[in-house]
Design a protein around this ligand. Structure first.
Ligand SMILES: Cc1cc2nc3c(=O)[nH]c(=O)nc-3n(C[C@H](O)[C@H](O)[C@H](O)COP(=O)(O)OP(=O)(O)OC[C@H]3O[C@@H](n4cnc5c(N)ncnc54)[C@H](O)[C@@H]3O)c2cc1C
Length: 459
């Protein structure tokens, strides 16, 4: 095959496609990126004070041998490995993560409410039609009110009744009453759950992996190329500077909503379906401190209302190279915003600092005199929200795109949170390359049942 493959977006997905095409010995491709750097949401940058920041707390763990091998080949040992130390701040104390396994660390009356809630939930069969109902049915009223509902409202910034239940996979730990009681009796912190309980972190930040991938490509990425129009009939992409490129197959990793806006003469059912896709905006606040780091923690969750953030990472605990030098540490806070939960960006740094003092991440004196760097990173697309309507919307959009030789993949290209990590994203890129060149079916991104039915009609 000598068809020309054009890739839009040099985040993990687009780089995965280009890298795999190189491995397959396929040369008829070009990769275009809107920004002046590669890596997308998984890029890193160095501020004027010498701190390196990521776009939200990223850790590297993998569900794939291919991704593991890639990491070894690209980073050649330039990463640190960590055992997760994750905590939840509530009731003026840190509870080990996962919360439901460690509720014996709560004040006794709260613990009792949570435990009795679990028991009651297990004895009844409540409906689980949406995420809100699912939380109460699985965890009971106590854990729902104490942690699951307030925390998830902060992360998703949408009413939980809007979310489905099909996306959790290995992302939400289940409850096991026997284990909870055993942890209480043995006074044991039960912390090992989950695929990310050990993780890697590149020495110069998450973006180091993607800088190395870009450097390993057989041709440079076209940076500063903002795709603004796509002509499906003539198979031409037009960029903001009016330059154009033609393709036989288009792999796009830009947010699906933006992609559809770029397409001329989009049918009404497709543009209507896009309106059903929801996402959060991310406001990420980096605080660089000139002081010894007081903690060995990795990251912490914050369900309570005395802070705007849902999570804070001790980024400097991942690599000694992400601060200007010894005697410094860095905290990276994440805040979600949406029309349902608007967050004002102009005072978010100040509110974050207040929240850090309220949750004792910083002393008032540190907040007053030791902060040397304050960064605000705004990310318009942060979390693709797995709403109840999502799959029906995707079932209209994706088959139509694919019938026109357009493959929309990646965190916001596929718009599926459950395959939205970096390893999934790289693999979506790799697998679409394998499909286009060799006809191998994609497995990370695969047609949902509704999409499959529509695909048959589209063909
Ligand atoms: C807060 C947060 C925390 C996360 N934590 C983790 C974690 O701990 N571990 C993990 O594995 N993953 C994590 N992720 C997910 C990870 O960031 C994504 O999986 C990954 O970056 C998605 O890659 P992508 O290439 O699909 O999309 P992106 O990274 O969004 O890249 C898309 C690229 O397309 C470009 N683009 C957009 N529009 C155009 C256009 N019109 N023309 C040209 N180019 C365009 C963009 O500039 C961007 O570079 C996290 C994400 C967030 C937001």
């Amino acid at each position: 095959m000598s068809d020309r493959i054009v890739i839009l977006g040099a985040g993990p997905t687009g780089l995965g496609t280009a890298y795999r095409l190189g491995q397959l010995g396929y040369d008829s491709w070009d990769l275009f990126e809107r920004a002046d750097h590669v890596g997308g949401l998984a890029s890193s940058f160095t501020d004027e004070h010498g701190f390196i920041w990521d776009h939200g707390g990223h850790v590297m763990f993998s569900h794939y041998d291919y991704f593991d091998t890639l990491v070894e080949e690209m980073l050649r040992g330039d990463y640190d490995e960590h055992v997760r130390e994750a905590w939840i701040w509530m009731h003026d104390r840190f509870i080990p993560y996962p919360f439901q396994n460690n509720i014996h660390r709560l004040p006794k009356d709260v613990f009792l409410d949570c435990l009795m809630g679990i028991v009651a939930a297990q004895q009844s069969s409540q409906p689980r039609r949406d995420f809100s109902e699912w939380i109460t049915a699985i965890f009971g009223q106590g854990i729902a009110a104490e942690f699951m509902v307030p925390y998830n409202l902060k992360v998703w910034a949408h009413p939980l009744e809007m979310l489905g239940t099909h996306w959790q996979g290995d992302r939400v730990p289940n409850v096991d009453v026997r284990r909870i009681v055993q942890n209480l009796l043995e006074d044991r912190d039960d912390v090992s759950w989950g695929p990310n309980n050990r993780f890697k972190f590149p020495l110069l930040g998450t973006g180091m992996l993607y800088d190395r991938m870009a450097a390993a490509l057989s041709k440079p990425v076209h940076l500063g190329s903002d795709a603004v129009r796509i002509d499906l009939a003539d198979k031409v992409v037009t960029f903001a500077d009016a330059s154009r490129t033609s393709y036989d197959h288009l792999v796009t990793t830009m947010p699906l909503k933006e992609l559809i806006r770029c397409i001329e003469d989009c049918p009404a059912d497709v543009s209507d379906a896009v309106a059903a896709l929801c996402h959060t905006e991310g406001l990420f606040v980096g605080i660089g401190v000139a002081d010894e780091c007081p903690s060995t923690k990795c990251w912490m969750y914050f369900p309570e209302s005395n802070s705007p953030f849902y999570r804070v990472t001790y980024l400097s605990n991942y690599s000694s190279r992400v601060t200007p030098g010894p005697g410094h540490f860095s905290l990276l806070a994440e805040v979600s915003s949406s029309a349902y939960k608007p967050e004002c960006a102009s005072d978010i740094v100040e509110r974050t600092l207040q929240g850090m003092v309220a949750s004792r991440l910083l002393t008032p004196e540190q907040a007053e005199t030791k902060i040397v760097s304050r960064q605000l990173l705004r990310v318009p697309y942060s979390y693709p929200v797995p709403t109840l309507e999502r799959d029906d919307a995707l079932a209209v959009i994706q088959p139509w795109l694919m019938a026109h030789d357009v493959y929309s993949r990646g965190r916001f290209g596929a718009w599926r949170y459950e395959i939205g990590n970096t390893d999934h994203s790289v693999m979506m890129g790799v697998e679409v390359a394998d499909y286009l060149v060799g006809g191998n079916p994609e497995t990370t991104w695969a047609l949902l049942p509704g999409e499959e039915a529509r695909m048959k009609i589209a063909k």
